[in-house]
Design a protein around this ligand. Structure first.
Ligand SMILES: [Zn+2]
Length: 101
């Protein structure tokens, strides 16, 4: 049985999915309030960007949602933030207003 030709033809760059959604960063529930500023930053900075090969993080280039975006969302939800509040945070940051400035 013949396999694919090797050493000929164009080099195909395949997207590497190095993010396992079940292998995220840990969230320490006893310190979520302290982590809120970092989580806000992670959610704002790690936004999706559409490419022909799929959706990737604008910052870390991993398949989106990347680990840091997922961590930020988990921390903010654990701290009591709603999806609407998080969307508003991202919208305001997109308009140039960032919470750490
Ligand atoms: Zn990222």
């Amino acid at each position: 049985m013949a396999g694919p030709p090797s050493g000929s033809g164009p080099l195909l760059l395949a997207a590497v999915d190095d993010t396992d959604p079940y292998d995220g960063y840990p969230v320490q529930l006893d310190r979520v309030q302290e982590d809120v500023p970092l989580a806000q930053r992670a959610v704002i900075v790690h936004q999706p960007e559409q490419w022909p090969a799929g959706c990737f993080c604008r910052n870390c280039k991993a398949r989106w949602p990347c680990r840091l975006h997922a961590w930020g969302l988990t921390v903010l939800h654990a701290a009591g933030w709603t999806g609407v509040q998080i969307a508003e945070l991202v919208r305001r940051a997109g308009a140039g207003e960032v919470p750490w400035a």
